[in-house]
Design a protein around this ligand. Structure first.
Ligand code: C2E
Ligand code: MG
Ligand code: MG
Ligand code: MG
Length: 271
């Protein structure tokens, strides 16, 4: 009986492994098709200032799968990154965003750029070309990158950032505080903004170590003259605490979840 149970376990194990491999393979093919047949959706989340006004948005992609429904980016961005599909996918997000900019001259627009996309040797050219094609104003465009990207291959990254900065583009460090990196890179790179990771905002105002970390990040940012955006603001208590330490730019469900781009922009135009 033990032997049979053992065999059964092995079979189950093998089956689940195969399923994982197959579903990943399947998902890859489907994502390729999805990209071609316009299944990607551009969602935007508002960024709000101290006056409670929406001053900008962040582009967050979703995949509207014909059978599986709306798939969040965490389930396909890593796959796209592994397979290289992030290059056309990222180009799509950037272009869709740039196309919206002309119609909304009072808003800033932020786009997430993953490491492989940023490191692609054609990236600067691609951005330049999309700016030309769309006539979008680069001064209202921010690229969100992560700390990890900047530390690995520092020289190459900083060179590329400077080229993009010359075009008028700004840079933001996404998920700031989660990268275990030294802070010295902040003064060596053309960075305009830090985004405090949601994990530090979660425990505010009661968690004293989160509070201390947020205050420390504010001090660093003040010293280096960087803007700070708090991610994942969900409650009025978090809002009040952040205001009290001088963090006035917020993003989070308290203000608005990501929603289809046209929907958010139409509402903003009316108010
Ligand atoms: P991110 O850039 O750090 O985006 C913030 C994530 O936190 C978003 O998840 C957003 O919906 C979520 N969020 C915002 N406010 C709150 C809140 O108050 N509470 C909670 N619980 N969550 C909140 P989303 O849209 O699922 O995106 C996840 C990640 O996928 C993004 O993290 C980003 O790293 C990546 N991503 C999304 N779109 C793109 C894209 O177009 N290109 C690339 N390369 N990555 C993308
Ligand atoms: Mg982001
Ligand atoms: Mg983030
Ligand atoms: Mg994130």
């Amino acid at each position: 009986a033990a032997k049979e149970a053992g065999r059964g376990t092995w079979r189950r194990f093998k089956t689940s492994m195969q399923t994982q491999v197959e579903s990943r393979f399947e998902l890859e093919g489907e994502l390729r098709k999805g990209l071609e047949s316009q299944q990607l959706r551009l969602y935007l989340q508002p960024k709000t200032n101290r006056d409670g006004l929406v001053y900008g948005t962040e582009s967050l992609v979703r995949w509207e799968h014909p059978e599986k429904g709306l798939i969040p980016p965490d389930r396909f961005i890593p796959l796209a990154e592994d397979t290289g599909m992030i290059i056309p996918l990222g180009e799509w997000v950037l272009k869709e965003t740039l196309l919206l900019m002309k119609e909304h001259p009072h808003l800033t627009f932020a786009v997430n750029i993953s490491p492989r996309q940023f490191r692609n040797c054609n990236f600067v050219e691609q951005v330049q070309q999309l700016l030309n094609e769309t006539g979008a104003d680069p001064k209202r465009l921010t690229l969100e990158v992560t700390e990890g990207l900047l530390i690995t291959d520092f020289n190459q990254s900083s060179k590329r950032m400077l080229e993009l900065q010359k075009l008028g583009i700004s840079f933001s460090i996404d998920d700031f505080g989660t990268g275990y990196s030294s802070l010295s890179y902040l003064k060596k790179l053309p960075i305009n903004e830090l985004k405090i990771d949601r994990s530090f905002v979660d425990g505010l105002p009661d968690d004293s170590s989160d509070a201390l970390l947020v205050e420390t990040m504010m001090a660093v940012a003040k010293h280096l003259e960087l803007l700070v955006v708090a991610e994942g603001v969900e409650t009025q208590e978090q809002q009040a605490y952040l205001y009290s330490v001088g963090c006035n730019l917020h993003q989070g469900y308290f203000y608005g979840k990501p929603e289809p781009a046209e929907q958010l922009l139409a509402r903003l135009k009316k108010t």
